[in-house]
Design a protein around this ligand. Structure first.
Ligand SMILES: [Cu+2]
Length: 108
């Protein structure tokens, strides 16, 4: 192969790597002043959400949604819990200790 062909081949290889590999991300959501720091977020299938307690008292994180059903229990300031979202859909997230704490996660 000549130089030009080599260049074209390397272009094709690198663009397929970029489009083929969707890299999972970790999105942080705080719990501060008895609220989730984000009311709603949009994430991709495979992404992780990290819930971080920034208040001086315990918070909990749970979801009764069919898309993702979980209960991370209660944890104090400075601690965090992570959830991987592996199914597309809508997830309503709440805190069992403070009923006013709610947020929505759209998994695309
Ligand atoms: Cu709470």
């Amino acid at each position: 192969m000549n130089r030009r062909n080599n260049f074209i081949v390397s272009l094709i290889v690198s663009s397929s790597l970029i489009s083929g590999n969707v890299i999972a991300e970790t999105i942080e959501v705080g719990q501060k002043d008895k609220q989730f720091t984000k009311k709603s977020i949009e994430i991709k299938v495979g992404d992780t959400v990290k819930f971080l307690n920034q208040d001086d008292f315990f918070h909990n994180v749970f979801s009764l949604s069919d898309t993702k059903f979980f209960d991370l229990g209660s944890f104090p300031k400075g601690e965090f819990k992570e959830v991987v979202f592996d199914t597309p859909g809508t997830v309503e997230v709440e805190c069992a200790i403070h009923s006013e704490m709610k947020m929505t996660i759209e998994v695309k």
